[in-house]
Design a protein around this ligand. Structure first.
Ligand code: SF4
Length: 232
């Protein structure tokens, strides 16, 4: 393939990912900007508009070295008005390929975990600490965590979830700015900018260690209880 064809291919892939992301946000309704005879630049106001503006910014991010090895930025997906945000560590191989969070085997398990507490993926918003895949699924480096969490914090600021479920040690450590172990992080309900935050095991870890399923079940039941109490 020559450079010209490769550039055209990249452009088409970008457009496709953008349209897919629009579909995640708006379903089958296509968002069309209002026509105006006056050239007035409107600041995005609604949560979907603000998230979309952030997505356009993040999809071209080159603020850390992971931009060189990624195939796609995995911004996150779900309901911009979600009461619950699920935050994992970083995209894996399948997520990197598709540009969507939690679409591999761990993602299927996550969907089942949500269903067990009567939640659908479309009701929550799912994101990661890092938006680009670390090569070989290595742990995100401190500098990568520090740089990329700015994008996540903007997402949280826009969505304003009432609950956050941190999936895995890295997500818990970054959000709570601590070096505590998974065992130390589990079991408490933390405050994160007004949201109640619970830390549990990452679904990928559960696939490798079945013995952590019971603890995870306890954590998500706690989340469900808090959520249902909030809705009363
Ligand atoms: S991992 Fe985050 S900071 Fe690094 S390039 Fe990707 S979006 Fe930017």
């Amino acid at each position: 393939m020559n450079d010209h064809n490769r550039t055209a291919g990249n452009l088409i892939a970008d457009i496709f990912n953008y349209l897919e992301y629009q579909k995640d946000l708006y379903g089958d309704d296509v968002f069309v900007a209002e026509k105006s005879s006056e050239k007035v630049i409107h600041e995005p106001q609604t949560k979907p508009q603000r998230l979309n503006a952030l997505y356009l910014e993040v999809k071209n991010c080159q603020q850390c070295g992971l931009c060189n090895s990624r195939r796609n930025v995995v911004f996150g997906a779900g309901n911009p008005d979600a009461d619950i945000m699920l935050i994992g560590e970083a995209p894996g191989a399948e997520e990197d390929l598709q540009g969507k969070p939690f679409v591999g085997a761990a993602g299927q398990l996550l969907t089942k975990i949500l269903a067990a507490i009567q939640l659908k993926r479309e009701e929550v918003f799912i994101a990661n600490i890092l938006k680009c895949r670390p090569p070989g699924n290595r742990d995100p480096l401190p500098e990568e965590r520090k740089t990329c969490k700015k994008h996540l914090y903007k997402q949280i600021e826009i969505i304003q979830p009432k609950f956050i479920l941190a999936l895995g040690r890295v997500a818990g450590q970054v959000l709570l700015e601590t070096e505590k172990s998974m065992q130390q992080l589990r079991g408490d309900v933390y405050d994160f900018q007004g949201a109640k935050l619970i830390v549990t095991y990452h679904p990928a870890a559960l696939l490798r260690n079945q013995q952590w399923k019971r603890a995870t079940w306890e954590d998500v039941q706690k989340l469900q209880k808090l959520y249902l109490n909030e809705k009363k």
